[in-house]
Design a protein around this ligand. Sequence first.
Ligand code: TEU
Ligand code: CA
Length: 544
Amino acid sequence: MTAQKTPWWKQAVIYQIYPRSFCDSNGDGIGDIPGIISKLDYLKTLGIDAIWLSPVFRSPQDDNGYDIADYRDIDPIFGTLEGMDELIREARERGIRIIMDLVLNHSSDEHRWFREAKKSRDNPYHDYYIWRDGDGVTPPNDLKAGFGGSAWEWVPELGQYYFHQFSVKQPDLNWDNPKLREELYDMINWWADRGIGGFRLDVVDHLGKDPDRGIMKCAPTLHPYVREMSQAAFRRDDLVTVGEAWSADIEQAKLYSNPDGSELSMVFQFEHMKIDQIPGKEKWDMVPIDFVELKKIFTRWQRALYGKGWNSLFWENHDLPRSVSRFADDGRYRVESAKMLAILLHGMQGTPYVYQGEELGMTNYAFRVEDCRDIEILNMVRERRAKGWSEEQILDAIYRKGRDNARTPMQWDDSQNAGFTTGEPWLLVNPNYTEINAADQVGREDSVFSCYRELIRLRKEYTVFLDGEYEPLLEDDKRIFAYRRSNGEGSLLVVANFSGETIKNPLLAEERGSRLLVGSYAATDEDPSVLRPYEAKMLLSQNR
Ligand code: TEU
Ligand code: CA
């Protein structure tokens, strides 16, 4: 390694909070900032270094805050600006940084800029958005919006359409306007001045677009814009920046996470998350997971970004189903499964992200349609009913892929509403909270929580986590996920049985002379010649 010091975020673990579902302090059924402050000690116990906070800005909540009406204020359902400052301070005191979620591709249609923009074609804010003339009958082209319908919405007063890639209440901002870009950079600096530790950039790949040519993302303007933003706002205060980029392939990711710091610290790429989806179709159109392919994806990313970029590591976020339900067993072997997924991911190179409740092994929930709240689900139900899908197909799709799975309230204890609220929760609580909850797990050594805490601690103790080179093992095995990471100090062996059967352990010889750091079963009842259902082990051998 060079003499340059390692940035803090390369040895950090980041915890994502979905504020609405984390902890409610005032009984209105919606999680809030004082609620988060009250749980900082819990997060300190877990050992995380930073919190990525999904949006808490002022918003009509059409897409749960991903539709921002004022980038410089906090929504009253979450608290106040003073409360936010207090959160930043209280977190800092516990060695935790706050990462804010910047939604810069679009604003809310209730943002002052958009209200102004709609007034007239020569309003100074008109060009902050993307408009095309038309007749109100035929939109400029066929582009479709993420949450249903055309990407073009007619505004009769102006005789123009505006462009929106997500809901109609999320008009796209016009990044080709330098004044808009300056205004956004000022806002980012304003937050950094308040002591923010970094930013997550929503749909960063969509910032460069060319709708007239049918291009919604990754237009040639994209990377120049990201570099400009980085120059103007990110190169200060050791900020960490992570872009969400569903379209990112390895070459794109190398640009975004270039070690020269010209763009971002890292991106979320989603190749492993598209594994159960028919290519070119929607997330609801599913195929069984090809396990060997899943391993190949991880291997490719681990190898390609080694020394050339930086990976973000995750199984879950607020848009994805729960990982135990999706990739492993959320029934009999739920605990072992959750630990297995954690061990596999945390042994890799990159910055791990833990999504609230993942550290408890929280699961999906079989929603009824009328209990769903997510705009994406509700839109899918409408579209798929029209296409002739049965109710059974629809419920199955929601159960397996719906975003509300991740958004059920955090399960704190076994009291009413899982200790999340004293009121009526905005989204129902998963009834398994009596069994799966933080109060039960924090002090218990064999819990999923303790496994996460141990992994987070270990990552700071051994340099092999930071810079060990990745070597896949048993690549064609259909049940075992195994790899080794090695650097000058030692070598880490991770082996995981991704099945519900007890199988022979083909890596027994490799394990000799190494020490078990953490496993998904208690070490004491270990029979080394086999791997039990969802058994994962992380072993270390140190060079002398
Ligand atoms: O998600 C980006 C995005 O493309 C989503 O539509 C994604 O495909 C979908 O959630 C998968 O189920 C980001 C945010 O993470 C998401 O919560 C927002 O709804 C979206 O942007 C719009 O801001
Ligand atoms: Ca509240």
